[in-house]
Design a protein around this ligand. Structure first.
Ligand SMILES: [Zn+2]
Length: 303
């Protein structure tokens, strides 16, 4: 506790290499598909959404996310910017490799057919296959660049998705560790679904709304004394909640306590699970209480 706050570990080179590894793998698979006549990067949804490039991007970005989670590295904003830049470079690198293989297959000297020529050709010559006749449509011309830009955007955007998920995970900056699930407890509505279910639609809706409202009020009441309390008190309070799920409750709020493996920094997630008027189940996160910062400020005062 007396150690001065050390500077945040830089997102390690290893995390970066993990990302490069999955990117290379994803783009290599795209290349194999290309050789077999399937242009995944050219898959568009509704003729405008670069779905294929987005999916390839997601696969490429997995390495950054898994690497940062396993190595307990919190990705900084600078790292995310670097990741985006790298994705754009990767995109062109993949095209460059394709270009080299075109030269090799057709025995063309590079002086006669430069990379720019190649890129112009695949952009301006790009066309959409007709859905019915399967015949290639007419070349897009200048519009081809617009679609290439969409592809790059889709690819880079997709590459950020896995990291964005890790980015939102609670983290203890002091110990440089992601928090782990420590304890859970449930607060159940008094209304039983087996009873509410039998009501007419309008009354069912009213009953569910009332149940959720009463449950939320109880959750707020429960949270008030522990919102800023230390870990032991928070743990004790969670222990007084129901430890198992009552399946017939019309609604429940689950309290998930996550804790730093090294210190008392913790985080509470409140998730509402309820039956809906259409007899389905809905899940909503109703609150996040981040107490990792509370602990930090106490440390700062002590130091
Ligand atoms: Zn910690």
């Amino acid at each position: 506790m007396s150690t001065p706050s050390k500077p945040l570990r830089q997102p390690g080179l290893i995390v970066y290499l993990c990302g490069l590894g999955t990117s290379a793998l994803a783009l290599w698979l795209v290349q194999i598909a290309n050789d077999n006549g399937e242009n995944i990067m050219g898959w568009y949804a509704n003729g405008i959404i670069p779905a294929g490039a987005f999916l390839v991007g997601i696969a490429s970005g997995v390495g950054y996310a898994v690497g940062s989670r396993l190595l307990q590295v919190k990705l900084s904003k600078a790292f995310v910017l670097g990741m985006l830049t790298t994705a754009v470079v990767d995109y062109f690198a993949a095209h460059y490799l394709t270009y080299l293989s075109v030269l090799e297959v057709h025995h063309i000297p590079a002086e006669r057919y430069g990379f720019i020529d190649y890129f112009r050709e695949i952009s301006e010559g790009m066309s959409f296959r007709d859905k019915y006749s399967k015949e290639p449509g007419s070349p897009l011309g200048m519009w081809g660049y617009f679609y290439k830009l969409l592809e790059i955007g889709g690819y880079a955007g997709g590459a950020m998705v896995p990291s964005a998920m890790v980015f939102g995970m609670p983290y203890c900056k002091g110990c440089q560790q992601y928090l782990k699930k420590h304890r859970t407890g449930h607060l159940h509505s008094l209304e039983q679904w087996s009873v509410v279910k039998k009501l007419k639609k309008k009354e069912r809706l009213a009953a569910l709304q009332a149940a959720i409202q009463a449950l939320t009020a109880r959750a707020n009441e429960f949270m008030a004394p522990i919102a800023a309390a230390p870990l032991t008190e928070t743990e004790g309070a969670i222990a007084t909640l129901d430890q198992s799920i009552q399946k017939d409750a019309a609604a429940r709020i689950t309290f998930v306590l996550k804790k730093c493996p090294r210190c008392d920094a913790h985080h509470l997630d409140l998730n509402l699970t309820n039956f809906t008027v259409d007899k389905k189940v809905a899940n909503t996160n109703v609150a996040k209480i981040d107490k990792t910062k509370v602990v930090e400020s106490v440390e700062a005062v002590a130091a």
